[in-house]
Design a protein around this ligand. Structure first.
Ligand code: NAP
Length: 340
């Protein structure tokens, strides 16, 4: 079976499909035939050595996959062959609060990832896939969607709240769909007017182009009667955090999620003067994933797939993501013609 492996150094040139032995499910594990996988910004960071500079190689990449259970190891009770499943981002985080052990055991970083035709996964690290979703759609959920769900629910998003979203990548488009489903009003920024128009069709109440109107914090305050947004889904990092703190209301909530513009420092003064809650978010637990799937199923929400690449073209898919022209999620198909 084939797997996407980083070997011999950092960089996209060191990434290739390799033939690997088929995994054998141990006690409590199931064997999953992966049908589709999805890319996250993290995958690019991992490949470039920006996420885990101590990454052990060779390392199978990838955190998000969906597929079909084809065999069950001893003692498995949660799933059976034929079930449609997706993996959780942190196999050791089932419910409750995150632990250091769970945060330190993630796919494609501290352990081999799921960009492979077959993976053996503990049954407790899998969820059932919403029945209305294709494998390509289901594969988009483990990281970006669960992160958006965790951030929004931890912030108390619901009817009457205004949520400010940054850009139109995987996390932000899920946050748009889920915030709307929770009854909130969504404001969104983008570098592209076309993408803003697409976001409006998905339910965004208003949008602003952060290239042509860099004062999007002021714009967000104008959109909220001068008060500021109740919640900011902060994916930009050092380049946006100060403005996010200016865009949020006094006593508001900033979900600190991303580093699209890199890491850096934060000025504590406006944080305390506005009594802002800065909440770091690291994906979410299996329980959060299952709760989100119930809402996705009830509301028949369909993830936005920007483009699907055959597995054999995984490097081209990563370059596509790096280019930033995507809207929503970039997917790999293990069953598309020419997948290798
Ligand atoms: N903490 C966690 O658990 C967690 C989980 C998932 C992701 N993340 C992080 O969250 C970030 C987003 O991840 P993703 O997978 O959604 O990435 P992505 O799909 O690659 O998102 C890229 C998009 O973000 C927008 N963007 C880029 N720079 C921006 C800026 N300065 N201001 C506003 N928007 C900007 C652009 O949208 P437009 O083209 O519309 O401008 C771009 O297309 C990454 O830093 C990732 O590492 C963290």
């Amino acid at each position: 079976m084939k797997a996407l492996v980083l070997n011999g150094g950092f960089g996209l040139d060191h990434l290739a499909l390799e033939e690997r032995p088929e995994p054998v499910p141990g006690a409590g594990e199931v064997l999953v035939r992966v049908r589709a996988a999805s890319l996250n910004f993290r995958d690019l960071m991992l490949v470039k050595g920006q996420y885990n500079p101590k990454l052990a190689m060779p390392r199978v990449m990838g955190s998000d996959a969906a597929g079909e259970v084809v065999a069950a190891g001893a003692g498995v009770t949660r799933f059976k062959p034929g079930d449609r499943v997706a993996n959780t981002f942190m196999p050791l985080w089932e419910e409750g609060a995150i632990t250091g052990a769970a945060a330190g055991a993630t796919y494609g970083s501290e352990r081999d990832g799921v960009f492979a035709e077959l993976v053996a996964v503990h049954e407790r690290a899998l969820v059932a896939v919403p029945p209305h979703l294709s494998y390509e759609e289901a594969a988009t959920l483990p990281c970006a969607a669960v992160t958006a769900w965790n951030a929004l629910t931890a912030a108390g998003t619901g009817p009457g709240t205004t949520v400010l979203l940054q850009g139109t990548g995987g996390v932000s488009i899920f946050a748009l769909q889920l915030a709307t489903a929770l009854g909130a009003r969504a404001l969104i920024t983008s570098s592209s007017d076309d993408k803003l128009a697409r976001a409006a069709r998905l339910g965004a109440a208003a949008g602003v182009n952060y290239r042509t109107d860099p004062d999007w914090d002021k714009w967000a305050r104008q959109q909220t009667g001068g008060a500021g947004a109740d919640v900011v889904i902060e994916v930009g990092g050092a380049g946006t955090l100060d403005r996010s703190i200016r865009a949020v209301k006094t006593g508001g909530h900033v979900a600190v999620i991303g580093v699209l513009t890199g890491g850096g420092t934060v000025n504590p003064v406006p944080v305390l003067m506005k009594a802002v809650r800065l909440q770091g978010v690291f994906v979410g637990s299996r329980a959060m994933f299952e709760e989100m799937n119930r809402v996705i199923t009830e509301r028949q929400i369909r993830p936005v797939v920007d483009r699907t690449f055959p597995f054999a073209d995984a490097v081209a898919a990563l370059r596509h993501m790096e280019g930033g022209s995507h809207f929503g999620k970039v997917v790999l198909s293990m069953t598309a013609p020419g997948h290798g």
